[in-house]
Design a binder for this molecule. Structure first.
Ligand SMILES: [Zn+2]
Length: 401
């Protein structure tokens, strides 16, 4: 222990090789005759009693029959990193519960060293994860950072099978090239075994999924369609609100503070807000008609048969097209274009659960929105795999958390 005036600064643990045991080759792990010794190095270990702790050791070099003169296998270390595997695992596990900055502060180390630890942990996990059971993929885009540049979107690929839901891949942009890259990273074996792919109506995704995973049933998920409907209702409300304010304050009052109640599912609006909503619906406002169309569409998901669902869709689109509400007509046109994919939802009935993609997206937002002090895209990508990838973890002799 090293310290000043009775206060410990750090603990140093000197390690000596066992006299009777030969070093092992770091490449093939076989014992080999000794060659020479390198200068002493330090590795950061898990803090003991809150005191920074270091290993000190002069690694031997061995002369392996197969690999020549190489550094011996050092069981607590990986490559040239100045941190022990135990400490990297320790920091990485804490970095899931605290922000990286907090982790660095609490354990008296640098942000950089937390970053490198998580990186090591994630790389190990990605190299050792099993992809055999993947049958259902969810593909989605996530907005990230500020602005609407192409680089501000991420494409994410999830596994959405009931037993295992996790992030499989994330990449910059939302182009065909991005998704191709992601599917390639998963490997042809995984793609060949896919039974379901779930996505939004985003054209580049539709194209790639059709060409790369043609055998899988492509489903447009409810969450995205609801989003499109809500956006349309909101557009109608905003336009109408502006229009009314120019003519009649009294009418405009009806739309005030109604943004969120209008976007919620009707059955979930209660109390005074409900009264206000009812008053709005009783009016002949365009917003009321748009809301009514949105609300009616929710029946679509309750059908059992593809035929009846198809008939309902036709009926709904017919009504929307006659509504004289341009945003609703736009949704109707979009739904008509993708009718087959929409009806796949009923063909996959029961196999894909509804809110999975939405749930995973929300978790991703927790990581990307709350500032974890990620300075680069690369750091954030690692954080996403770390929190949502359900990756296997490296074995370690010491487990401190
Ligand atoms: Zn060897």
């Amino acid at each position: 222990m090293h310290g000043r005036q009775g206060q410990p600064d750090f603990i140093e643990i000197r390690i000596a090789p066992h006299g009777g045991m030969r070093g092992r080759c770091s490449l093939c792990r076989q014992p080999a005759p000794g060659y020479d010794r390198l200068p002493e190095r330090r590795w950061q270990f898990v803090p003991l009693w809150g005191i920074p702790t270091w290993y000190r050791y002069a690694p031997r070099r061995v002369e392996c029959a197969a690999h020549g003169v190489v550094v011996e296998l050092i069981p607590w270390s990986d490559g040239k990193r100045p941190v022990t595997c135990a400490m990297m695992g320790f920091l990485a596990r804490w970095a899931r519960r605290l922000s990286w900055r907090e982790t660095a502060q609490v354990f008296q180390t640098s942000w950089e060293s937390v970053y490198r630890s998580v990186e090591w942990f994630v790389q190990w996990g990605l190299a050792h994860r099993q992809l055999q059971g993947v049958e259902a993929l969810g593909v989605d885009e996530i907005h990230w950072g500020h602005g609407l540049k192409a680089d501000n979107f991420l494409t994410v690929i999830y596994q959405i099978d009931a037993p295992c839901r996790r992030l499989l891949w994330v990449g910059k942009r939302r182009s065909e090239a991005t998704l191709r890259r992601g599917l390639k990273a998963l490997g042809p074996e995984v793609i060949r075994r896919l039974r379901f792919v779930c996505s939004d109506m985003w054209k580049p995704y539709l194209n790639v999924i059709a060409s790369e995973a043609g055998q899988a049933l492509h489903v447009l998920d409810r969450f995205h369609i609801t989003t499109h409907l809500n956006q349309a209702v909101d557009q109608v409300r905003r336009a109408e609100s502006t229009r009314l304010r120019e003519h009649s304050q009294q009418q405009a009052q009806k739309l005030k503070h109604m943004r969120w109640p209008l976007l919620r599912r009707g059955s979930r609006v209660r109390g005074r807000t409900r009264q206000k909503l009812d008053a709005l619906l009783a009016s002949k406002l365009a917003t009321a008609r748009a809301w009514e169309l949105k609300e009616t569409f929710s029946h679509f998901w309750r059908y059992q048969s593809v035929t009846w669902a198809g008939a309902f869709l036709d009926y709904w689109c017919y009504r929307a097209m006659r509504s004289r509400l341009e945003p609703m007509k736009k949704v109707a046109r979009m739904l008509r274009t993708h009718e087959e994919l929409l009806l796949n939802w009923f063909r996959a009935k029961g196999e894909i659960s509804n809110g999975v993609v939405e749930g995973l997206n929300n978790k991703i937002r927790v990581v990307t929105r709350r500032s974890y002090g990620f300075r680069t895209y690369e750091a954030m990508e690692i954080a996403l795999y770390h929190t949502l990838g359900r990756l296997p973890e490296p074995e370690s002799t010491h487990r401190f958390c």
